[in-house]
Design a protein around this ligand. Structure first.
Ligand code: HEC
Length: 150
């Protein structure tokens, strides 16, 4: 066996290795895409109201303080599972009621607690946000977060 590596051997290892890992990367990317679209997303319940709720979520930049499924700022509670925490996943009307009172009560001004701003949302917007958070709660996240607190 040869003691030194020739230029062409080094080149083959470089191109071969790169190609090998690019193929693995593309394969995993396709797998993630299919998993998200087919397995973890509940398309049947993805209504127009859920979509509007997501838009409001983005326009009001809730993510600047909150996380949703772990993404966002760690200033305020995780909201991907807030409906589970409130015990209202099976009752959209109760979910709306709790959400409405929560949004109306902000900022609470309670000493020692972090404050959430008042967004002056209409009932319709609060309902959209409720539907968005109820829907997000149904995303299959492989048991994440590990506890209700998020
Ligand atoms: C400036 C930061 C900030 C922004 C922006 C913000 N929040 Fe909050 N939010 C908080 C804080 C802080 C709390 C916890 C307050 C407390 O526990 O007294 C909270 C709590 C909540 C809760 C209750 C969570 C629980 O576990 O009970 C909900 C629901 C919520 N926010 C929804 C929203 C929505 C929807 C938006 C966007 C329209 C939003 N927040 C934007 C700071 C923020």
């Amino acid at each position: 066996m040869r003691e030194v590596m020739t230029k062409s051997m080094a080149r083959n290892i470089f191109y071969g290795g790169s190609l090998f890992f690019i193929v693995i990367f593309v394969g995993l990317a396709i797998h993630s895409h299919i998993y998200i679209v087919e397995t973890s997303t509940n398309k049947a319940t993805l209504t127009a109201s859920v979509e509007r709720g997501k838009r409001i979520w983005e326009e009001k930049a809730c993510v600047n303080c909150h996380t949703i499924l772990g993404e966002g700022a760690y200033y305020a509670p995780e909201l991907g599972n807030v409906m589970t925490r409130w015990g209202v996943v099976d009752d959209p009307e109760a979910a709306f009621d709790v959400m409405k009172s929560w949004m109306d009560a902000q900022p609470t001004g309670v000493e020692g607690r972090r404050q959430m701003p008042q967004f002056h949302l209409t009932d319709e917007e609060v309902r959209n946000l409720t539907d968005f958070l109820l829907w997000t709660n149904t995303i299959r996240t492989q048991e994440w977060p590990p506890n209700d607190a998020g």
